[in-house]
Design a protein around this ligand. Structure first.
Ligand code: BEZ
Length: 191
């Protein structure tokens, strides 16, 4: 079943009749929470891997030269760490606009650091969206990020803020670490 179909089946129902909902952030939402929240807690989701496979036309690139930002890829056995926010449903009006470049909301089980669980929403961009870029070697992803910039700033700042935020939370992510390492290696070769 495609991400779009899951989204279509479940999106409306999850917010209906609720006063509050958990939102799982695994990208810029970890370090940039520009919305009101009631509580935030580090959390993980199972069966998904973070990858710099989504194009950004509106934040870290432009329509002519999209940057690269993260999405989640179904990946059995993998755990993705991030930050969960308890929010009121009104927050999604702002976030649906902020994340309009190919991302859809899905329902996912979350696990908090103390082992307790909850259901939450997560934004995912699947391969069938117009901004999808797909896989590339991590050194190429780093080169792409190094030359990209958009209305929200340099793509490299997005990558390095995400890598730092994950390190601070104590979540290892081999893909993010490899791309950040490749970017830093490029930087030291250039200077
Ligand atoms: C996130 O941090 O979870 C996120 C941010 C932007 C788009 C999709 C996800």
């Amino acid at each position: 079943m495609s991400v779009n179909t899951i989204e279509h089946n479940r999106r409306q129902n999850h917010l209906a009749g609720r006063d509050e909902v958990w939102l799982f952030g695994y990208g810029s939402l970890i370090y940039k929470a520009d919305f009101a929240f009631l509580e935030h807690r580090p959390a993980t989701i199972e069966g998904w891997a973070r990858r710099f496979w989504q194009g950004s036309h509106d934040h870290r690139g432009t329509p002519d030269a999209p940057g690269r930002v993260v999405t989640l890829i179904e990946s059995s056995g993998e755990t993705c760490g991030g930050m969960a926010y308890r929010v009121t449903p009104g927050v999604f009006e702002h976030l649906d606009h902020r994340e309009k470049n190919g991302y859809l909301r899905l329902v996912t089980p979350l696990t908090f650091a103390d082992g307790s669980t909850a259901e939450g929403l997560v934004y995912i961009a699947g391969p069938d969206n117009d901004a999808w870029l797909g896989p590339a070697p991590e050194t190429e992803i780093a080169a792409h990020i190094a030359r990209s910039r958009g209305p929200s700033g340099a793509n490299r700042d997005y990558l390095l803020c995400l890598a730092d935020a994950l390190a601070e939370l104590g979540y290892r992510d081999a893909h993010v670490e490899a791309v950040a390492h490749a970017l830093r290696t490029r930087d030291s070769a250039v200077t």
